[in-house]
Design a protein around this ligand. Structure first.
Ligand code: IMP
Length: 423
């Protein structure tokens, strides 16, 4: 099994961190392929909890080599802070962390423009981490890459050229004050010695690893429905969390991929703005948020909560080519009398045949629900599928059946061992 892609199959926050950490026990390399420090991957090691924003979730296994691929946008201070935090907690990353020389840098003006646009023109509900503006510069070919940190002349020239344009935008369009070019050059020049040891041609590294028969987990961030091409545009992130993004974001060929695991929460959540057909704006939604501790791992924002959406997941399974799913947070539903699954979408009484990605239709949808009886008992200590209460198994099987996917794993708690294998 050369490359296994782990993809968030909903709107992010499905619990990818826990599953990647767990699967990394049997892998050699974990490679993150898109997004930036907008992600918050929570991993519990014993009774310690860590939230990773840029480092791949395999980092807690000393045998694992971790890659941050060319598709990721990197805020160097966030990355170095994360590395320092992990080293202080006893996890050494030296010699086993590789950062793509082609990954783009997040600059202070990206973060500033992200926040300003949120307040003025573009109310997406972003994390404010500069993600969109950094990918804009990448696409318009003004971006500054990790490798540029290693050549002071190039770095200074690129920062100066960028700020000539950005300062015009900041002052003339948004009425902000100019950013000091020299301060940013000095700040970014100081990163070279700290990051140099990790920088490499990761596409070359990964392809050599494949030739040597190594097992690679490609770790996505966010979720398929936040994909800039296939998600609920414009309420999306600016990269491709879908499985195709793993090949472009790492420089590995599609032919190396043998398994695409969709991580699926047992209900739905979404942070930020945008359509959410099964959202519960009532006490039930509040109950899901409280029991599931549904608050953003990066921003602390309360997540919007709703019932599981089988229509959205069928679509996600299709565009990702999901071979099997892992259902997380099933235990959050332990106390519910009744649990619902959205099995269809209607617009003006007419059933839709597929998931619409245009905003106008998505906003007019009436979800059609099927109801399931709850199991009303704690399942966090269950370790075998047969020991799950029959109503829990019925619910899990319905999720698989209604989405046309095969259920591989069910997670019943935050720890590695709180996982049940189904098939
Ligand atoms: P951005 O990625 O910060 O530009 O935010 C764009 C949208 O993606 C917003 O709705 C964010 O809340 C959402 N988003 C970004 N990263 C994550 C994540 O890791 N989990 C869930 N939602 C996210």
């Amino acid at each position: 099994m050369p490359v296994q892609i782990i993809v968030g199959a909903q709107w992010g926050d499905e619990g990818k961190g826990k599953i990647v950490d767990m699967l990394a026990g049997d892998a050699d390399i974990v490679a993150r392929y898109q997004g930036g420090a907008n992600a918050g991957h929570t991993v519990c090691i014993g009774d310690r909890q860590f939230v990773l924003h840029l480092l791949p979730s395999g980092i807690f296994h000393p045998h694992i080599c971790c890659v941050i691929g060319n598709g990721v946008v990197i805020d160097p201070s966030a990355l170095l802070g994360e590395i320092a935090q992990l080293q202080a907690a006893g996890f050494n990353v030296g010699g086993r962390l590789f950062i793509s020389h082609n990954a783009h840098l997040i600059m202070p003006y990206h973060k500033l423009l992200d926040v300003i646009r949120e307040q003025t023109t573009n109310k997406i509900g972003t994390t404010g981490r500069g993600i969109g503006p950094a990918y804009i510069d990448k696409a318009t070919r003004n971006g500054i890459r990790i490798v540029d940190l290693l050549d002071r002349d190039v770095l200074a020239r690129k920062i100066t050229a960028n700020l000539e344009e950005k300062n015009q935008i900041l002052t003339k369009v948004y009425g902000e004050t100019k950013i000091d070019v020299d301060a940013i050059i000095a700040e970014y020049e100081a990163f070279d010695k700290k990051i140099d040891e990790y920088i490499t041609d990761t596409a070359l590294y990964l392809n050599k690893a494949l030739a040597d028969g190594k097992r690679i987990i490609a770790e996505g961030a966010q979720g398929a429905l936040l994909d800039v091409d296939h998600g609920t545009y414009p309420y999306v992130t600016s990269s491709n969390p879908t499985s195709g993004g793993a090949c472009t974001g790492l420089g590995i060929p599609p032919t190396a991929v043998s398994d695409i695991v969709g991580i699926v929460k047992a209900y739905c959540t979404r942070v930020g703005n945008g359509p959410f057909p099964t959202e519960l704006l009532d006490a039930t939604g509040e109950r899901l948020r409280t029991i599931g501790q549904e608050f953003g791992a990066t921003t602390g924002r309360p997540r919007r909560c709703g019932w599981f959406d089988a229509v959205a997941l069928r679509y996600s399974a299709m565009i990702n080519g999901i071979t099997r799913i892992a259902i997380t947070k099933l235990d959050v539903l332990d106390t519910f009398e009744e649990i619902k699954i959205c099995v269809g979408y209607e617009v003006k009484g007419k059933r839709l045949k597929s998931f619409p990605t245009d905003l106008a239709t998505l906003e007019r949808i009436t979800p059609v629900f099927e109801s399931f009886p709850g199991w009303k008992e704690p399942i966090s200590s269950v370790r075998s599928y047969a020991d799950l209460p029959s109503n829990a198994r019925r619910y899990v099987e319905a999720l698989g059946g209604l989405t046309g996917t095969s259920v591989w794993l069910v997670s019943v708690g935050a720890r590695r061992d709180q996982t049940v294998t189904c098939s």
